[in-house]
Design a protein around this ligand. Structure first.
Ligand code: NAP
Length: 480
């Protein structure tokens, strides 16, 4: 049982931006003396900063310097290669910690739910992004960039733009990046000449941000193509919300400028299309994807005044050997943890996990990041999001949480008391359950190794993509 001298101990599950911002907020308070243990499924930390941010965006990745400072804190420990639900359960953690913070993100794709989605050549962007970024789960993905000359990317978010750009980057543009070696080989042999990016609504409603859209217009080997008539047709329906939004207004300006451009014969092409929804992926004689049938949409106002896509009876078919669906990510339930199936997030109120039956706070359980609010926002969004959760937790730990009201007007914020709040005991348990546990020193050895491999080729790093390779390098740093 906890006594007044026992430090408050918190387990953070997941080592992406949300988990690290939560840990950073908790460790900031020197007087409180909170101890944070981070548990990560992979040997390597940083979540989507390592395996989601595009390899040609090294500046965005440099945010890891902030997380490295958190990891260097004397009251922080990292337990990598430990899987929640397999090596350690919710009950184990509640026995050892005053609080658990779930920060497991949204690892899956959202399906389109149309015929042909499983055909060879049809991929989830989540898998493709993981593959070019060297995520061990996706190393074996087979992406045939040789048979297909045209790829269709479904979605108008930043992931769609990343996928389109990665498919069109020249060998020279890819060379100085940390793109996984297996992907560099395949991309170097790519015969994909055209990428069509398809939005179901119009340019004013697109989710991509200005710098990402501008990058498409600056590719060394590819032109960006926008049909002016289609653009203006999609803009003809007045969207007040979009007009108030600076990002949307600038996106429209950029797209209008693209529509004025004259493409150069022979160059690769990124074609941006609007008001189209895929309804069927069509197989060729060889059984692989050969074309996408799309229905043309019109924009209609829903009851709340937002513009929605509604199918017309017109359709078109685009021949394509590859489709990447980039229509958003999806969270997965964690064993024993309350889950909202509809939102695909952990059921919570402002970061306090809620019991599915009573809707009261599940004492000691908290959530941050995409698995709290859904897959939206940029990396920095998670800082504020984690602060909200940490504030709720600190109120509960100080006994003040119960005086707050949650969204439903019910009382929120119960304190949890662990039965065995012992740092050494939990480490012993984790090492027993997972003898190949990787500590932060083990990760630092992997990091040094990858950077040294990259140095020769002028790259930030050459990523290890197999767990076994990572464990072999980390083992040298682990205590015997
Ligand atoms: P997103 O921004 O939510 O975009 C999803 C897109 O898919 C939207 O255009 C959406 O259209 C469309 N969509 C959804 N369901 C569809 C369907 N059934 N059929 C056709 N289209 C559909 O998601 P994301 O691109 O996966 O990005 C996730 C988050 O990560 C975003 O916040 C993004 O900004 C961030 N991110 C940032 C960067 C960066 O900063 N460089 C890079 C990658 C990702 P509707 O609007 O019509 O729903």
């Amino acid at each position: 049982m906890t006594d007044a001298n026992t430090p408050i101990r918190i387990a953070v599950i997941g080592s992406g931006p949300a988990g690290f911002y939560a840990a950073g907020h908790l460790l900031k308070d020197a007087d409180a003396g909170y101890e944070v243990d981070m548990i990560e499924r992979l040997p390597t930390p940083w979540g989507l900063v390592r395996s989601g941010v595009a390899p040609d965006h090294p500046k965005i990745k440099s945010v890891t310097r902030v997380y490295e400072k958190t990891a260097a804190h004397p009251r922080f420990r990292y337990f990598g290669n430990v899987c929640f639900g397999e090596h350690v359960s919710r009950a184990d953690l509640l026995a050892h910690y005053d609080a658990i913070v779930y920060a497991t993100g949204s690892p899956l794709d959202r399906p389109l739910g149309i015929p042909g989605e499983e055909l060879p050549g049809s991929h989830a962007a989540t898998e493709f992004v993981g593959w070019y970024n060297g995520h061990p789960d996706h190393t074996g993905l087979e992406v045939d960039l040789v048979s297909a000359e045209r790829a269709v990317v479904i979605g108008n978010g930043n992931v769609a733009v990343d996928v389109a750009r990665m498919l069109m980057l020249s060998a020279e543009e890819l060379a100085p990046t940390d793109t996984a070696d297996h992907a560099l080989d395949v991309l170097a042999r790519s015969r994909v000449h055209e990428v069509v990016v398809v939005g179901r609504r119009g340019p004013a409603q697109a989710a991509f941000t200005n710098p990402e859209l501008l990058e498409l217009g600056e590719l060394a080997d590819a032109d960006v193509i926008v049909d002016g008539d289609e653009l203006e047709r999609a803009l003809a329906v007045h969207d007040e919300a979009a007009e108030q939004d600076q990002t949307s207004r600038r996106n429209v300006e950029i797209l209008r400028e693209y529509a004025q451009r004259t493409p150069t014969a022979g160059r690769k092409r990124v074609v941006l299309r609007f008001l189209l929804s895929p309804v069927e992926l069509i197989a060729g004689d060889d059984g692989a994807l050969a074309a996408v049938r799309l229905v043309r949409n019109e924009l209609v106002r829903d009851d709340a005044g937002a513009l929605r896509a509604r199918a017309t009876d017109e359709s078109e078919t685009i021949p394509a050997g590859l489709v990447f669906r980039a229509i958003g990510y999806r969270g997965v339930p964690l064993p024993g943890v309350s889950f909202d199936e509809r939102a695909a997030t952990i059921l919570n109120d402002g970061g306090r996990v809620l019991d599915p039956e009573s809707r009261a706070h599940a004492p000691g359980e908290y959530v941050v990041g995409w698995i709290k609010r859904g897959p939206s926002g940029v990396i920095g969004t998670n800082k504020k999001d984690a602060q909200e959760t940490v504030n709720a937790m600190l109120a509960d730990l100080s006994g003040n949480g119960a005086s707050e009201q949650n969204g439903d007007g019910a009382m929120a914020g119960a304190r949890h008391t662990p039965s065995e709040p012992d740092a050494a005991a939990v480490e012993a348990l984790l090492r027993k359950r997972q003898p190949e546990l990787v500590t932060y020193s083990g990760w630092e050895a992997i990091d040094r190794h990858e950077r040294a491999l990259g140095e020769a080729g002028g790259r930030p790093r050459v990523k290890l993509t197999e767990i076994e390779q990572m464990l072999a390098i980390a083992a040298a740093e682990e205590p015997a």
